[in-house]
Write a protein that binds this ligand. Sequence first.
Ligand code: ZN
Length: 499
Amino acid sequence: MERVELWQTLQSRLGEVLDISAAIALMSWDQEVYMPPKGAPARGRQLATLSAISHRMFTHPEVGGWIKALQGMTPHAPDEAALLREAEHDYNVQTRFPESFVQEMAEATSQAFAAWTHAREASDFQAFLPYLEKNIELSRRKADYLGYEDSPYNALLDEYERGTTVAQLERLFAGLVPRQTALVDKIARVARPEPDWLRRSWDPDAQWAFGIRVIKDLGYDLEAGRQDKSPHPFTTNFDLYDVRITTRVSPELLFSSLMSSVHETGHALYEQGFLPSDQRTWLGQAPSLGIHESQSRLWENIVGRSLPFWRHYTPILQEYFPGALDAVSPEDVYAALNRVERSLIRVEADECTYNLHIVLRFEIERALIEGTLAPRDVPEAWNAKMKTMLGLDVPNDAQGCLQDIHWAHAGFGYFPSYALGNLYASQLFAKIREDLPAIEDAIAGGEFDALLNWLRDHVHHVGRRRMAAEIVTDATGQPPTPEPYLTYLETKYGALYGV
Ligand code: ZN
């Protein structure tokens, strides 16, 4: 084939694979949002069929042949080179596993998920142990298929945060833990309870309407997206012009739905921010989970939990709940939204303690994969770390090592991307303050365009042309470091708690 024809053939196949992925995503979205419960078995089959078709289409040897042939036809324009590099990477990963292994993994994780659900309800680690052992064994085999240097955990990490290694994470976390722990210790001495004004019932319709108002203001294009309700909030996309989020609304919690909407909007703004010229191509995607999480956390925590933000939105919130918040000031909301409390549950953790939950999981799962910790010893290791890192006694495994779904899915290597998202977000925002000195005034005026445009230019438009750490380095002038995050935490919470 001629070069032009070869490109068209490859692009067209990749486009078809993306179309099927979009159909899978749409059916999964429907499963979470609208599907009646009795539809579950059929939906499971439909998803399995589509996944198999897409896998077959992408891993067909002719695809490998097209990529190789095109690679031989140098020179390449930068975008062509990036696209070939990314397609080749994914092709190599997906063709490395024998069919029987993929099948075994799918069955094991599906059984482990069911076992974990029951084990967590009963707080019975022993009931989950054989499934955990199986998932670890399979994950180590997976690392062998993928190949690695130094630690098998590196191979697993690569799936979520490509190019990041155990050695790098150890360095980052070693800088993080002592200072974050010291800050949390100081705050614990002056801890304050939840304010009384928050404790009442908040009209779900008003919460929903206020949330929509906010996410529109932030720049979420609802002509190319929508928000629905689901038990667990998430973001999904079927195309550049169809990016959806979900939230859950609870009458007792005034800010829970809002902050989850702002978080998911951070993800959605990223997905809506890929270049139109990258639509339906391999480049119109995020290079990693960590960089995706940097966007949601930047909007949720750095913007949505800031005082300027609430200077703008407190009077508006008061209009949505007539009479209920008349005595509440922006400072009151700011303090309520940034209350620090050592807690057992990761998903409820505040900004100051969150990364400690991640480091605990990283240390345990790495030891499990490297074989230096036996799966049966997980509860003991978990509880000991909880005591040293957060000073808490774990009353039962449901609130300890059984709380997260990740190990039931064999998602070893996933957790660190949350912490990296926090670090990337702070480092990006420190640069944004330099580049846009009036950014806080803009936020206090309800103006988010300049911020969004900066993110579009430095993060969103890049797509998969660069890896996450490269995007951060290009945008800020230095590789990812914990310093900006620590400075952010110490400044913000130092002032809030007077420590
Ligand atoms: Zn997220």
